[in-house]
Design a protein around this ligand. Structure first.
Ligand SMILES: [Zn+2]
Length: 313
């Protein structure tokens, strides 16, 4: 019988499921509303029914297990969601629940870690043993893969790359600390910096197409070639991003850092100047052990694919 592996990515709005064969080819995909407002039990039931429905379509395959990527603080060893604010989960024994319902082995990890593993196993990091994925979205998420395996730290509470302090007493971060990487390099931080620059510079050309309400992570990038204010916002964004990435590189020296999330949509527009700043900060320079900065390639499928990769192990 042919074998398959189930990958589930739980988001605040929807639950995504991708079932792959052992080579990583997608066999079937589906999604369902998370249903946070219906309570913990119902969210778990929604996961079960989505997986059941898709496996039903693949009757000729033998499922080997279910990997789950979940937001929040996850104890992956125990299979427990310790805390996930946007799911209203607290100490939920998610792996046990799904294991009993589906009678399949279940492994869970944090969603950012799952995405990093997905990129490392099936995406832009495929050819590297060691890679770090950094996601520039609402926050800055990340995951570290060393020797093909996730590095999660004590009780899976590590790899919080977004909360490395890069400026002492710097910008306020959502976590309560000041100066975190995330407080400078998330899309949220970039939008805030753009708004502040526009407010201070009524002459900026960014006002031609944007207001303080419609500013996005693209605004400053759109105008950096023709507007000094926009250029300053982008330069400052890139220089702080380079500091955070160089810190990661100088500790782990991965073969590649893969950049995902909304801001990575800027592609070479972002990456070319970023590589220049980054290489200045890379210990020993970049000739002996170069660290590639590349765009992550799996987009919003990285989490589910990485969750499936937990079972490949
Ligand atoms: Zn923080």
């Amino acid at each position: 019988m042919k074998e398959c592996i189930v990958g589930v990515d739980i988001g605040g709005m929807s639950i995504k499921c991708i079932i792959i064969d052992k080579q990583g080819n997608s066999l079937i995909e589906g999604r369902i509303e998370t249903g946070v407002e219906d309570g913990v039990e119902q969210v778990c039931e929604n996961i079960v029914s989505l997986v059941r429905k898709l496996l039903w379509e693949l009757k000729e395959y033998l499922p080997l297990g279910v990997g789950i990527g979940c937001p929040g603080l996850i104890d992956s060893k125990e299979g427990v969601v310790v805390y996930a604010a946007n799911l209203k989960f607290k100490n939920v024994r998610l792996a046990d629940y799904i294991e009993h319902a589906l009678v399949l082995p279940v492994k869970i990890t944090n969603d950012a870690n799952a995405a990093a593993l997905g990129e490392a196993v099936f995406g832009a990091g495929k050819q590297y043993e060691d890679s770090v994925t950094v996601t520039l979205g609402t926050g800055v998420g990340g995951g570290i893969v060393v020797g093909g395996k996730l590095f999660e730290g004590y009780r899976s509470a590590g790899a919080e790359l977004g909360h490395m302090v890069i400026v002492k007493d710097g910008n306020q971060c959502s976590c309560g600390t000041k100066g975190c990487f995330e407080a400078y390099s998330s899309a949220t931080a970039l939008k805030k910096a753009t708004r502040e620059a526009m407010a201070a510079h009524p002459e900026s050309r960014m006002w031609e197409r944007y207001t303080l309400d419609t500013v996005s992570g693209k605004t400053a990038f759109d105008y950096e070639a023709v507007d000094q204010t926009a250029k300053e916002v982008v330069d400052s964004y890139i220089s702080h991003l380079a500091v955070g990435l160089a810190n990661i590189a100088n500790i782990f020296r991965p073969q590649a850092i893969l950049i995902g999330g909304g801001i990575s949509g800027e592609g070479e527009h972002l990456l070319a100047p970023l590589r220049k700043e980054f290489s200045k900060l890379l210990f020993g320079g970049d000739s002996y052990a170069p660290v590639k900065l590349e765009k992550a390639s799996l987009g919003n499928r990285a989490g589910a694919l990485g969750a499936a990769a937990l079972i490949l192990d």
